[in-house]
Ligand binder design. Sequence first.
Ligand SMILES: [Zn+2]
Length: 433
Amino acid sequence: MTNPQPRDPGSRRPPAVAPLPLATLIGRELRGERLEMPSVRYGNAGLAKRGEDLFLIKPDCVRIPGNPSSSFSVFAIFDGHNGVSAAVFTREHLLDHVMSAIPQGLGRVEWLQELPRALVAGFVKTDIDFQRKGETSGTTVTFVVIDGSTVTVASVGDSRCILDLQGGVVSLLTVDHRLEENVEERERVTASGGEVGRLNLCGGQEVGPLRCWPGGLCLSRSIGDTDVGEFIVPIPHVKQVKLSSAGGRLIIASDGIWDALSSETAAKCCRGLPAELAAKSVVKEALRTSGLKDDTTCLVVDIVPSDHPVSPSTPKRHQNKLRSMFSNLRSPNSANHTNKFSSVGAVEELFEEGSAMLEERLATNLSSKANSSPFRCAVCQTDRTPNEVLSVNQVSYSSSAVKPWEGPYLCTECRKKKDAMEGKLPSRSKASR
Ligand SMILES: [Zn+2]
């Protein structure tokens, strides 16, 4: 049974799980020899003003312990505010929480299909665990998982990840969760019991960007911010794409970069440079434009076809125009060996979902058989008895007994978190200000 959501702003998209294209594409990739798996090169740069930007670089993760051919990489940026502890805690625990939300023993295709749901569970669990510490800082998270040429990005807050493809096509893989710029998020926060408005100076003059009250935060989603309100949710926007055989460049950076540079400028100012120099170049360009106003952190990740000696998507600067004019002509030749996948410069969008409604984000394609326990909480992954769990859609304990096929389930604590995020419980936080 579904519980209608009267507070929903009405602009939800249907779950956009696309199992078939992904299975087909990856199947093709696996049949088309392991040799064609791209490699990953990266660099980072940054300048601190307050010391609240952190990053994570883990190029050596494995899906199956002891099996290097199941490797994937993780790159992330955490822009902390009101202290650094939420950023430190999230960098420490988020990856583990995401991985523990993916059932054991899955093949690569199923693993990638489960990843968007696991990212949501991992973000929410990390937020719940951080709240227990009783600290008040918060952090943005832009968390990127790269497996072969499949890139999955989960984000809360306003750090961004952009994708620069051969031919000069730049696209944004994240959404800015800023109250000033995001109408949908403003409506959600208001509907969940928050107030949105500008800072009031004496005399009634309104200044600065839109903020939510209590708390005064400009962001609508983050991890932490225990003193603000549960309507600031940790549920990430998730986007999953598959790059063509030409690869591509990711630029992941905190708002210190994006307040100074457009996506296009950031991509352009480092084309032709190897990743390490590219990251430095983006930071330098941001400083040249606006000075050091905020922590400024940048990760550049190149996904490079394994038989290409040079970085993808990085024509020398003076060749940009020429290269993009001829990109269509050049494609068939430069991708001779991999034409069977997709055209050079193209990208397959596999999944995108940004809803803040938890039950929409925890739906799984897997049969309950895949889980070792039929009553495992979909967020914190602890096993419960039937009496201890509620189906994510269930109205209350007074409903008829929970049956094994009505999952996904939430334990009492995670269910409380869900209700609080939707404004159905009084905020725990008001007393702390
Ligand atoms: Zn739970």
